[in-house]
Design a protein around this ligand. Structure first.
Ligand code: 4BW
Length: 145
């Protein structure tokens, strides 16, 4: 069964055809209030989304759990922080990124620990995402060939 993962044709494949382009990816901007970010996350249904600046440079990820965690005071949930804090104050900055010409093998390895990866160009501009779902879909396709 796992012969598929030794298939050089699959492993050397470029990821381009699997990517979700930037215009279809829910995202927020660095200076958005947490309230706006929470709204985008809840309405889109995603757990975590990319954080960009006004020039589309990738700076991090924001998630529902990061936002909720940032609202916790010692005894109360401090809801006013939703308006007083911005995305840049709390976002995760250690973000896995890949280039558009990365191989499938590299993406598969990264997908073990990351539900999605951001694809950036040589200037750090956000281009697209690669999800664990599309990686698994391709593996499944090869398994059933
Ligand atoms: O709105 C959804 N539509 C579809 N078709 N599937 C969804 C949706 N929301 C969740 N899912 C499914 C996907 O299989 O649940 C998985 C986990 O979602 P997540 O992580 O925890 O919100 C989804 O798996 P996936 O497609 O491999 O996506 C992995 C992660 O990539 C998601 C989310 O953090 C991010 N993501 C995916 N598509 C995105 C996106 N972020 C922003 N915009 C998008 N279009």
């Amino acid at each position: 069964m796992f012969d598929i993962l030794k298939n050089q044709q699959l492993m050397d494949k470029e990821i381009e055809e699997l990517l979700i382009p930037a215009e279809k990816v829910a995202h927020v901007q660095l200076n958005n209030p947490l309230e706006h970010a929470l709204l985008v996350l809840v309405k889109s249904g995603y757990t975590a989304i990319p954080v960009l600046d006004t020039k589309d440079k990738l700076h991090g990820l924001i998630s529902k759990s990061i936002i909720l965690d940032s609202l916790l005071g010692l005894e109360f949930i401090e809801v006013d922080k939703l308006q007083n804090k911005i995305v840049a104050d709390v976002m995760e900055t250690d973000v896995p990124t890949i280039q558009q010409d990365a191989t499938f093998a590299r993406a598969l390895t990264l997908s073990i620990n990351h539900p999605f990866m951001c694809v950036v160009d040589e200037n750090g501009l956000f281009v697209s995402i690669l999800t664990r779902r599309s990686i698994l879909a391709l593996v499944s396709k090869y398994l059933h060939m």
